[in-house]
Design a binder for this molecule. Structure first.
Ligand SMILES: Nc1ncnc2c1ncn2[C@@H]1O[C@H](COP(=O)(O)OP(=O)(O)OP(=O)(O)O)[C@@H](O)[C@H]1O
Ligand SMILES: N[C@@H](CCO)C(=O)O
Length: 355
């Protein structure tokens, strides 16, 4: 019997200043998958080693560069991981997936988090596994190993998250290299190996309220910055002062963003950070000047400003004056020869959906 369904997953912005690897917000920009499974169309999917014909809309970010083989593409590799953990080796014959992805790749807007969440939902639907969102988060966290983007993409809204203490055996499972978790492009050969199952309930999260007067301006440089590179410049240890600086701000920020009216005198200083942004300035030209030069007194309506995720996108939270704020940041990037686009986004409260 033929069946079809769609999957929709929001982009996300992680950290929001002081909440490195902790805070994330779902954003109103959606990765969408249209999936049909029709055994009568099996001949159309024979070219792929796992019976899956994958295509992207021409407007999608990465349209010309993302791999289309199911064991090379992040979305379908993730789905294959979920399926193989549950004794299903391949997609059913005649599986076709059309992806529409407006989330720019490698810019700090959670493209990989959305792809991983979409892949886990895809594996769950295709295999009719019936997992809860909480169990699906475990699978996601075996692949993207910090919870901020993943939790916001799966659950939606404004989330705080952490990973629970794992037993030594669970730590071993979670530290298995990614190459042994996700299927590797195999030249058509399926090794038959069962990948490591994720430990149960790895993540813990809460969803905070969010004052919906607060809009999200994303200023998106045209260059990509991989999360791995952007994590590579961070130190291994921090001073007590820097850790306390962030903890104090984090405690205030999570409530400040719920209050009405939103207070820039609370939010702006609470979005300062000493854990990641100061180190990432070497990778994002003009970052220090941009973060310090726009203030609520020079730009009424501005509430706070930070690097979005691992960058290079800048996230400005504001209640008005969106175009002027975006233009000022674009001009500052232009002085460093960096071209940008910008988007005005809302909080996506819903999270990932299958319809
Ligand atoms: N829709 C997609 N389809 C296939 N691959 C994707 C998709 N989205 C992201 N990816 C893969 O993820 C990579 C980007 O991941 P990376 O973690 O570096 O950046 P990001 O997720 O956009 O940023 P951040 O984690 O800081 O928000 C892309 O280069 C691509 O390999
Ligand atoms: N918290 C992560 C988000 C990017 O995936 C980081 O800043 O590296």
């Amino acid at each position: 019997m033929a069946r079809s369904f769609s999957i929709k997953v929001p982009a996300s912005s992680a950290n929001i200043g002081p909440g490195y690897d902790v805070l994330g917000i779902g954003l109103s920009l959606f990765l969408e998958l249209k999936v049909t499974i029709d055994p009568k169309e099996a001949q159309d999917t024979n070219d792929d080693p796992n019976n899956c014909k994958l295509s992207y809309t021409e407007e999608s970010a990465g349209f010309e560069t993302v791999p289309l083989r199911s064991d090379a593409n992040l979305i379908t590799r993730t789905a294959l991981y979920v399926l193989r953990c549950n004794d299903i080796r391949n997609f059913p014959s005649g599986t076709k997936i059309k992806v529409h992805n407006p989330i720019p790749l490698g810019r700090g807007l959670g493209s990989s988090g959305a792809a991983v969440v979409a892949g886990v939902l895809l594996g769950n639907e295709v295999g009719q596994l019936g997992f809860s969102k909480s169990r699906m988060l475990d699978y996601c966290l075996m692949i993207e190993r910090h919870p901020d983007n993943i939790t916001a993409a799966m659950m939606g809204g404004f989330c705080g998250s952490f990973l629970r203490d794992l037993t030594p055996q669970e730590v071993e499972r979670r530290e298995i290299p990614l190459a042994e978790v996700l299927p590797e492009p195999s030249g058509g050969e399926d090794t038959g190996l069962v990948p490591p199952l994720p430990p149960t309930d790895i993540g813990r999260h809460v969803k905070y309220n969010w004052n919906t007067k607060i809009k999200c301006i994303a200023i998106i440089p045209e260059f990509e910055l991989s999360t791995a590179d952007s994590r590579g410049v961070l130190p291994k240890a921090y001073t007590t002062q820097d850790v306390v600086f962030n903890l104090q701000r984090l405690a205030v920020l999570t409530t400040a963003l719920t209050l009405d009216p939103p207070s820039s005198s609370l939010i702006y200083p609470a979005m300062q950070d000493r854990i990641h942004q100061p180190y990432r300035k070497t990778l994002v030209p003009g970052l220090t000047e941009i973060l310090s030069s726009l203030t609520p007194s020079t730009y009424p309506g501005l509430l706070g400003i930070c690097l979005s995720g691992a960058g290079p996108t800048i996230l400005a939270l504001a209640t008005e004056n969106f175009e002027d704020i975006a233009q000022e940041i674009i001009n500052r990037f232009a002085k460093k020869n960096v071209k940008c686009s910008w988007k005005l986004l809302e909080l996506a409260n819903e999270g990932a959906l299958v319809e």
